[in-house]
Design a protein around this ligand. Structure first.
Ligand SMILES: C[S@@+](CC[C@H](N)C(=O)[O-])C[C@H]1O[C@@H](n2cnc3c(N)ncnc32)[C@H](O)[C@@H]1O
Length: 434
């Protein structure tokens, strides 16, 4: 069998040239100015991914391949090994809200920025110049900080900043402990024998530990909204992918592990005749109710939403709903716990009830054509975080079908809904054939 030797630099260059021309034509057709890296306005316009997802993803892959061969392995690997600093510096930017301090239509000097953050000028300059290497901010003229496409994105959502803080303060430490955890516990499925347990020197599971660390819990909950609205896997993907409008006019939808209800806020506006219930652990629901009161301008109009304090391992109290929706919930549970959660719902299910599981989809071996593709990276990152925090995983379609079948032979995976611009995201739909 022939070995794939990879593409030559000429082949890669030709591919890049062909795809950039294709994307420029698509931009012209859609009257979207094509972006440049310093184009602050591009952060609030359609991106190339939204203009032509397939071409943009293929282009990004060719560029990454060329970048590898343009360097030396010792440099490529060295940069990867120290990528934790990329995350930490993003964490500093989020912690001190530095992006919001830089004007979108002008510049700010290092000394002014230092004064506003309280970090001394030398340190602040070094931090920002580290970020500049990643195209986050730029300097023009020397000593004056301006926005780029990337830094401008950070100004759009305060909660996305909080999500970056969550990564640097909670997840980064945990991620760093993966080698140690695998050395100690190479094959356990216990949720309290994880990298998180080593990093935090605790026997508590991740959610158990957060329950007694409420300031961290609050950062995490705000971060869930931030990542869902501005981050890698958007709630909008679920709203577009799933045919919500085909549910009965008086449908009841339960968002299990719904956090502060950021997805339901959008769905409840779109479907005022449906009823929605946001379920989560007691401390989360108490905080969610307060948050909804603060957001009164928007939430006062939403009469179709209720809150419920509920542990999803206990029998589901909302009996006979049309949809039980689990977003970013099942992936935090190893198989035994995931099946237990699904089983706890069986007594509540009416015939035809749907269980929706919204997660990344891992390609099965038969579909795994290009494992190195960039489109896999956020899914692989989430998979490693699920391992680090909960000894859990992202799953293939077949693995989800098996979880449903283990919970009940009447719970049958029927559909997997997706949108073209996020091919690794999926809403899995199981129907109860009771
Ligand atoms: C990763 S967050 C996802 C939040 C939200 N669904 C989203 O997509 O942004 C998982 C949620 O599950 C909740 N959760 C974890 N264990 C739970 C349990 N035993 N019972 C109910 N909710 C739980 C967490 O509190 C958290 O809000």
């Amino acid at each position: 069998m022939a070995t794939d030797t990879g593409r030559s630099i000429i082949e890669l260059g030709d591919t890049i040239s062909r795809l950039t021309k294709k994307l420029q034509s698509a931009c012209d057709e859609q009257s979207v100015p094509s972006p440049t890296v310093n184009d602050v306005g591009a952060a609030s316009r359609k991106s190339l991914l939204e203009v032509d997802a397939a071409a943009a993803l293929e282009l990004a892959d060719a560029i990454r391949e060329l970048e590898i061969v343009a360097q030396h392995p010792r440099l490529n690997l060295g940069i990867l090994a120290l990528a934790t600093l990329d995350a930490s510096i993003l964490g500093v930017i989020a912690e001190f809200d530095i992006a919001a301090l830089v004007p979108l239509d002008g510049s700010i000097t290092y000394s002014e920025l230092a004064g506003k953050t309280g970090i001394d000028e030398d340190r602040l300059t070094r931090i920002v110049r580290y970020a500049i290497v990643n195209f986050i901010f730029r300097e023009e003229p020397i000593g004056h900080v301006k926005h780029t496409l990337l830094s401008a994105h950070l100004t759009h959502s305060p909660n996305f900043n909080v999500f970056l803080q969550t990564i640097s303060r909670v997840f980064a430490e945990t991620n760093a402990a993966i080698p140690d955890a695998l050395r100690r516990w190479p094959s356990t499925a216990a949720q309290n024998k994880t990298a998180h347990n080593i990093a935090r020197a605790t026997d508590a599971t991740f959610y158990g530990w957060m329950d007694v660390n409420q300031p961290i819990r609050e950062i995490f909950d705000k971060g869930m909204e931030g990542v869902s609205k501005e981050g890698q896997r958007l709630q909008d993907t679920d709203i577009r992918a799933y045919p919500w409008d085909k549910l009965p006019g008086n449908a009841t939808v339960v968002d299990v592990g719904g956090s502060w209800g950021h997805v339901i806020k959008d769905l409840a506006e779109l479907f005022p005749s449906y009823s929605f219930v946001i379920q989560d652990l007691p401390a989360v629901i108490k905080a969610a109710v307060l948050e909804w009161k603060k957001d009164g301008i928007r939430t006062d109009k939403l009469k179709n939403v209720g809150f419920s304090e509920h542990n999803f391992f206990d029998p589901q109290p909302v009996v006979g709903a049309d949809v039980y929706y689990f977003r970013h919930v099942i992936h935090a549970n190893p198989d035994k716990e995931a099946v237990a959660v699904l089983k706890a719902h069986l007594p509540a299910l009416k015939p035809g009830a749907r269980i929706l599981v919204s997660e990344y989809i891992v390609p099965s071996n038969a579909d795994a054509h290009n494992l190195a593709s960039l489109e896999n990276k956020p899914m692989r990152q989430m998979d490693m975080m699920a391992l680090a925090l909960c000894n859990s995983k992202e799953r293939t379609k077949e693995e989800y079908a098996s979880l449903f079948a283990q919970a009940s032979p009447k719970l049958v995976l029927k559909n997997a809904y997706q949108v073209p611009d996020d091919p690794r995201s999926c809403v899995f739909e199981a129907v109860y054939e009771g």
